[in-house]
Design a protein around this ligand. Structure first.
Ligand SMILES: [Cu+2]
Length: 159
């Protein structure tokens, strides 16, 4: 009887270890970004961290000769931008594809002198610039009171 008891305990312990081991593997963070050559994204090149409108969206990195271009798609709707935060390093070239999927909006980032024109959805415009200074810079919709209603986000440029 005692022997059976120990066998059951052993099975439970092994099961628990197996369960925890599996969980640990799943929690391992994905690579921050994948390198893409010749503009052909590889399968998991677009990791999304966090829920819609939350967290930091990592870039797709496309090599343009020697220069890494960090590509983001920012989607607009009434009344939010997704993702609400994007992060790059100083000196990165940034390519933002601005997609308006609902309503009448634009996309402005004052500190880099860039803006997509005001347009009714569906609309799409690509903006490119170099993140030549560090800091947190707000991007927003300049239509009416949309910025105050939540149509804004942060570009974080770190050293
Ligand atoms: Cu707007």
């Amino acid at each position: 009887m005692k022997k059976i008891y120990w066998v059951i305990v052993l099975i439970i312990v092994l099961g628990l270890l197996f369960f925890l081991g599996g969980k640990k593997n799943k929690l391992e963070a994905p690579a921050p970004y994948e390198y893409v050559e010749d503009g052909a994204p590889i399968s998991n090149a677009q990791p999304v961290l966090g829920e819609e409108g939350e967290g930091v969206k990592e870039a797709i990195v496309v090599l343009d000769g020697e220069v890494a271009v960090k590509e983001f798609t920012i989607t607009a709707k009434n009344f939010s931008f997704t993702p609400a935060t994007i992060a790059v390093k100083k000196g990165d070239r940034i390519k933002i594809t601005f997609k308006n999927t609902q309503g009448f909006h634009d996309f402005v980032i004052d500190e880099f002198g860039k803006a997509a024109k005001q347009a009714q959805a569906p609309a799409e415009e690509v903006l490119e610039f170099t993140a030549d200074k560090t800091g947190s810079f707000e991007y927003y919709c300049s239509v009416g009171t949309h910025r105050a209603m939540g149509m804004k986000g942060l570009l974080v440029v770190s050293e």
